[in-house]
Design a protein around this ligand. Structure first.
Ligand code: HEC
Ligand code: HEC
Ligand code: HEC
Ligand code: HEC
Ligand code: HEC
Ligand code: HEC
Ligand code: HEC
Ligand code: HEC
Ligand code: HEC
Length: 411
C-alpha cells in the first residue's frame, strides 16, 4: 500500500515535469481537447514512454508545432497508425536500436523483436500473415504501456494471466487453432497460481516465467521441459542422475510434466508414490515388468508413511507435555528438524532410488523417536512433581495441625 502511494506520488511529479515540457506540443494539447477519457492523449499519462519524456510525435512522427492535423499528416516523418502486422517493426525501430536504447536505459535488453520472431506468435504473423496472434501491443497495451513493476501494467506478474487469457482463454477466438483453451483456468487453480495470486509470492511463476517474455524459453533452459529446474533445482538435479533421465528422453516424456502436468500442477501428496492407485508409478510400471519400478515405489512409500506416523506420535506427545506447562524448547527445535527431514525425504523421491529415501527417512525416524522419548519423560516428570507436591502438602498440613494442638495444649 505504502509502495503504491510512493509510486503514484512519483508518477504525479513526473507527469508535472512532462506536462511543463509538453505545453507547446500541439499533438498532445489538441488531442486532449477533443478526446474523451479513453483517448490516447488521456491514457498516455500512465504510459512509461510519456513518463520518460516521449510524446505522440516520437512514435507517430509529424511536426508537433503545427496547429492542424491535415498539416501534420503532410509534414515530414508522419507515419500515422501502424497496422497489426507493422507494429513489431514499429516498436523495434527504437527497441532494437541498441545505441538509441543505451542512451535512455543501458540495462534494458534490445532483443525483444529477435526473440519475438522465433516465437509461435512471430512465426505465424510473419510466416502466415496471421494477425490473430499476439503482437507487441496485444501484450503491452498501447498508450498505457508500463514496465513489469507498475501495478497497472499488463505485464505486471499479477496481470499476465489475464493478458494472455484475452485470447488463450477465449474458445471462440481460438476455435480455428487446435490447442486447448484451459491454460489460464488450470494455472489459476494450480499451486503456482495460488502462490502468486493468493499469497502474493512473487517467486511463483506466471505464464511468461515458463514461456519466456517474447517466446524464447528463459535463459539457461534448452527446452520448455527443463524450465521447472530453473526454480526447482534440487528436484531437477536428482531427476537428472536417476534411471528416469535416459528412459524419459528415449520415450519423449517431458521430465516434470509427465507426473505433475504443466498448468494444472497440484500440491503433491504422499499417495502419489507407491505400488497402488492413485500413485503415479503404476501408470507406467506393473508387477513382473522386469524393472525394479514397483518394488522401489513400495519401499519409498513405506518409509515415508512410517516417518509421518512416528512424527505424528512425537508431535502428539510433545503437545501433551506443552499443555502440562513443561519447558519443551529443545524438543520443539528437534521436531522442526524432523519436519525438515520429512521434506527432504519427499524431495529424494526424485532420485527414484529407494536407498536414498530409506536412509533419509531413518535419520528422521531416529530424531522423532528421541523427541517422543524426551517428551514422555517430561510428562513423567510432571506427574512425579505433582505426586511430590501432594505428599509434601499433606505432610505440611499434618504438621500444621500437630502444631495447632501443641500450642493449645501449652496455653
Ligand atoms: C489541431 C488539433 C490536432 C493537432 C495539433 C494534432 N492532431 Fe492528430 N488528430 C486530430 C484529429 C481531430 C484527429 C482525428 C482524425 C480526423 O478525423 O481527422 C487526429 C488523428 C490523429 C491520428 C490518427 C491517425 C490519422 O492519421 O487520422 C494520429 C496517429 C494523430 N492524430 C497523431 C498526431 C500527432 C503525432 C500530432 C503532432 C505531431 C497530432 N496528431 C497533432 C487533431 C490534431
Ligand atoms: C510508444 C509509442 C506511441 C506513443 C508514445 C503514442 N502512440 Fe498512438 N499508437 C501507437 C501504436 C503502436 C498504435 C496502433 C495501436 C494498435 O494497433 O492497436 C497507436 C494508435 C493511435 C491512434 C489510433 C486509434 C487508437 O486509439 O488506437 C491514435 C489516434 C493515436 N495513436 C494517437 C496518439 C496520440 C495523440 C499520442 C500522444 C498523446 C500517441 N498516440 C502516442 C503508438 C504510440
Ligand atoms: C521512439 C522510440 C520508442 C518507440 C517507437 C517505442 N518505445 Fe518503448 N521505450 C522507449 C524508451 C526510450 C523507453 C524508456 C526506457 C527507460 O528510460 O527506461 C521505453 C520503454 C518501454 C517499456 C518499459 C521497459 C522497462 O521494463 O523498463 C516497454 C514495455 C516498452 N517500451 C514497449 C514498447 C512497445 C510495445 C512499443 C510499440 C508499441 C514501443 N515500446 C515503442 C522508446 C520507444
Ligand atoms: C506474448 C506477449 C508479449 C509480446 C507479443 C511482446 N511482449 Fe514484451 N514483454 C512481455 C512481458 C510479459 C514482459 C515482462 C517481463 C518482465 O516480467 O520483466 C515483456 C517485457 C518487455 C520489455 C522490457 C524489457 C525486457 O525485454 O524484459 C520490452 C522493452 C518489451 N517487452 C518490448 C516488446 C516489443 C518491442 C515487442 C514486439 C516486438 C514485445 N515486447 C512483444 C510480453 C510480450
Ligand atoms: C492477441 C491474442 C493472443 C495473446 C494476447 C496471446 N496469444 Fe499466444 N497465441 C495466440 C494465437 C492465435 C496462437 C496460435 C495458436 C497455434 O499455436 O496455432 C498463439 C500461440 C501461443 C503459443 C504456442 C502454442 C502451441 O502451438 O504450442 C504459446 C506457448 C502462447 N501462445 C503463449 C502465450 C502467452 C504466454 C501469452 C501471454 C504472455 C500469449 N500467448 C498471449 C494468440 C494470443
Ligand atoms: C510452470 C510452467 C508454466 C506456466 C506457469 C505456464 N505454462 Fe503454458 N506450458 C508449459 C509447458 C511445460 C507446456 C508444454 C509445452 C511443450 O511441451 O512444448 C505449456 C504449453 C502451453 C501452451 C500450448 C498448448 C497447450 O496447452 O499445451 C499454451 C498456449 C500455453 N502453455 C499458455 C500458457 C498461458 C496462457 C499461461 C498462463 C496462464 C501458461 N501457459 C503458464 C509450462 C507453463
Ligand atoms: C519461477 C520459478 C518457478 C518455476 C519456473 C516453476 N516453479 Fe514450481 N513452484 C515455485 C514456487 C515459488 C512454488 C511455491 C512454493 C510453495 O509455497 O510451496 C512452487 C510450487 C511447486 C510445487 C508444489 C510444491 C509443494 O510442496 O507444495 C510443485 C509440485 C511444482 N512447483 C512443480 C513445478 C513444475 C513441474 C514446474 C515446471 C513445469 C515448475 N514448478 C516451475 C516456483 C517455480
Ligand atoms: C511415464 C512413465 C513412468 C512413470 C510415471 C514412472 N516411471 Fe519409473 N521408469 C519408466 C521407464 C520407461 C523406465 C525404464 C525402464 C527400463 O529400463 O526398461 C523406468 C525405470 C524406473 C526405475 C529403474 C528400474 C530398474 O530396474 O533399474 C525405477 C527404480 C523407477 N522407474 C521407479 C519409479 C517410481 C518410484 C515411480 C513413481 C514415483 C515411477 N518410476 C514412475 C517410466 C515411468
Ligand atoms: C515419475 C514421477 C515424477 C517426476 C518425473 C517428477 N516428480 Fe515431482 N513428485 C513426484 C512424487 C511422487 C511426489 C510426491 C512425494 C511425496 O509427497 O511423498 C513429488 C513431489 C514433488 C514436489 C513437492 C515435494 C518436494 O520435493 O518439495 C516438487 C516441488 C516436485 N515434485 C517437483 C518436481 C520437478 C521440478 C520435477 C522435474 C525435475 C519433478 N517433480 C518430476 C513424482 C515425480
Amino acid at each position: 500500500m505504502k509502495n503504491n502511494i510512493i509510486i503514484w506520488m512519483v508518477a504525479g511529479l513526473v507527469a508535472f515535469a512532462v506536462s511543463a515540457l509538453a505545453q507547446d506540443n500541439n499533438c498532445l494539447t489538441c488531442h486532449q481537447d477533443f478526446e474523451d477519457e479513453d483517448g490516447p492523449a488521456h491514457k498516455i499519462v500512465r504510459d512509461i514512454h510519456y513518463q520518460k519524456g516521449l510524446l505522440c510525435n516520437d512514435c507517430h512522427g509529424g511536426d508537433p508545432t503545427l496547429e492542424d492535423m491535415d498539416d501534420v499528416r503532410n509534414s515530414k516523418g508522419y507515419h500515422g497508425v501502424p497496422s497489426h502486422f507493422e507494429v513489431p517493426k514499429f516498436c523495434a525501430s527504437c527497441h532494437s536500436n541498441a545505441r538509441y536504447m543505451h542512451e535512455h536505459n543501458p540495462s534494458l535488453p534490445t532483443d525483444q523483436f529477435d526473440k519475438y520472431k522465433t516465437s509461435k506468435h512471430g512465426q505465424l504473423l510473419f510466416g502466415k500473415k496471421d494477425t490473430k496472434v499476439a503482437n507487441c501491443v496485444s501484450c503491452h497495451s498501447v498508450h498505457e504501456i508500463g514496465d513489469a513493476k507498475m501495478p497497472h501494467s499488463s505485464t505486471h506478474p499479477l496481470n499476465v494471466a489475464k493478458t494472455c487469457g484475452k485470447c488463450h482463454a477465449d474458445p471462440d477466438y481460438m476455435a480455428e487453432y487446435n490447442i486447448p483453451t484451459t491454460q489460464v483456468q488450470d494455472y489459476l487453480e494450480s499451486v503456482h497460481g495460488k502462490a502468486l495470486n493468493e499469497d502474493h509470492d512473487l517467486g511463483a511463476p506466471t505464464c511468461n516465467d515458463c514461456h519466456g517474455n517474447h517466446g524464447a524459453a528463459p535463459p539457461g533452459v534448452g527446452s520448455l521441459a527443463a524450465v521447472c529446474g530453473n526454480c526447482h533445482a534440487f528436484q531437477a538435479e536428482l531427476f537428472n542422475r536417476s534411471p528416469h533421465k535416459e528412459a524419459f528422453v528415449e520415450n519423449d516424456f517431458p521430465m516434470c510434466e509427465t507426473c505433475h502436468s504443466n498448468h494444472n500442477i497440484k500440491k503433491p501428496t504422499d499417495e502419489m508414490v507407491g505400488a497402488e492407485e492413485p500413485a503415479v508409478c503404476v501408470r507406467c510400471h506393473e508387477s513382473g515388468d522386469g524393472t525394479k519400478g514397483l518394488e522401489t515405489a513400495a519401499a519409498m512409500a513405506e518409509s515415508i508413511k512410517e516417518l509421518v506416523s512416528v512424527r505424528d506420535e512425537a508431535k502428539a506427545v510433545l503437545a501433551n507435555a506443552q499443555q502440562k506447562g513443561m519447558m519443551t524448547t529443545d524438543e520443539e527445535f528437534a521436531l522442526k528438524d524432523v519436519e525438515q527431514i520429512l521434506i527432504q525425504t519427499r524431495t529424494l523421491v526424485h532420485s527414484f532410488n529407494k536407498d536414498e529415501v530409506v536412509v533419509k527417512a531413518k535419520e528422521g525416524l531416529e530424531k522423532a523417536k528421541i523427541v517422543e522419548e524426551k517428551s514422555t519423560s517430561l510428562i513423567d516428570e510432571y506427574f512425579f512433581r505433582r505426586k511430590g507436591l501432594i505428599i509434601s502438602s499433606l505432610f505440611i498440613t499434618i504438621l500444621a495441625i500437630g502444631l495447632y494442638f501443641k500450642i493449645r495444649k501449652l496455653k
